[in-house]
Design a binder for this molecule. Structure first.
Ligand SMILES: C[S@@+](CC[C@H](N)C(=O)[O-])C[C@H]1O[C@@H](n2cnc3c(N)ncnc32)[C@H](O)[C@@H]1O
Length: 278
């Protein structure tokens, strides 16, 4: 009798010890990344939370957005975007970081909105994003730039610290928090519509040359040529001046239409692309 009680108690103790040991092993084996650890094309350094908030703020992220972080690390941008109500996705090469970011998203209660995929940013489709976030290097931003310029006009792109070469940012914001002292700037670009080429315009032929979100050109009617100045694109919204008349219009593929002011009235205009510069 005493022996069997002893055996039962011993077995119970053994089971408890095994449970505690297993729990210890699983806690200690939870992956802990180190700031500065190697990544495929760039090391892992997390964006500080104040800058994460600022980046999503300058991109005006709303629940209607689909936010994609290129090289998503521990998932901080993706998780914060999901907490703002947006659908979000992180693309991360390191599978341990992917698993960590999934655990972080679950812990923050946004696993349903924040998705993480293991993949290479140069081989993964992110064309459905309405907002792109990234903390890479300028050289990587430049490699991604042609793809970014092909995104739907109006797509917002925010980068922690690193710029896009001669494509100047539409907005720059800085945070003052001491945790962010090394990387404290958010650069915002808005993917511009494509207007370069020749357009059939009500008053003649409009030839435009585009440099990212700015453009210039000339309007030819008969032997007369007038310069197009101050051409700017905010996504698909184009504004420009011909002579002293200011035009505003929306670009949709090969058409542009909008309004201009003349003699105190607002008049309509529209144009059709007749020759695209290759
Ligand atoms: C500087 S960290 C930024 C992490 C996160 N976006 C943030 O702001 O906190 C860059 C991340 O990109 C990942 N990475 C590097 N090259 C990559 C590639 N080719 N494809 C996907 N992820 C990559 C690294 O593993 C690292 O986690």
């Amino acid at each position: 009798m005493i022996t069997s009680r002893f055996v039962r108690q011993s077995l119970l103790m053994l089971c408890l010890s095994l449970i505690v040991a297993c729990a210890r092993i699983s806690v200690s084996s939870e992956y802990t990344p180190e700031v500065g650890q190697d990544g495929k094309d760039v090391a892992w350094v997390p964006t500080c939370q104040e800058l994460v908030d600022k980046m999503l703020h300058v991109a005006k992220v709303t629940p209607q957005d689909f936010v994609v972080d290129l090289g998503s690390g521990d998932g901080c941008l993706v998780i914060t975007a999901a907490k703002r109500g947006a659908r979000s996705m992180g693309i991360e090469y390191n599978p341990d970081m992917v698993a960590l970011s999934m655990r972080n998203a679950a812990r923050e209660g946004v696993a349903g909105k924040a998705q993480f995929i293991q993949g290479d940013i140069f081989e993964t489709d992110f064309s459905q994003a309405t907002v792109i976030t990234m903390f890479l290097l300028e050289s990587l931003n430049l490699q991604l730039r042609p793809q970014i310029l092909n995104l739907k006009p109006g797509t917002r792109v925010v980068s922690n610290t690193f710029t896009m070469g001669e494509w100047t940012a539409d907005q720059v914001a800085t945070v003052e928090d001491s945790d962010c002292s090394s990387y404290s700037k958010a650069y915002l670009w808005i993917a511009p519509a494509k207007v370069e080429g020749t357009w059939k315009f009500p008053q003649g032929e409009l030839t435009l040359e585009q440099h990212f979100q700015t453009f210039s050109g000339a309007l030819k009617s008969g032997s007369k040529s007038v310069s197009v100045t101050d051409g700017k694109l905010n996504g698909d919204l184009a504004t420009f001046t011909i002579g002293n008349v200011k035009y505003t219009g929306r670009v949709s593929g090969n058409t542009m239409k909008g309004t201009y002011e003349s003699g105190g009235s607002t008049l309509q205009w529209s144009a059709t692309m007749v020759g695209k510069k290759m």
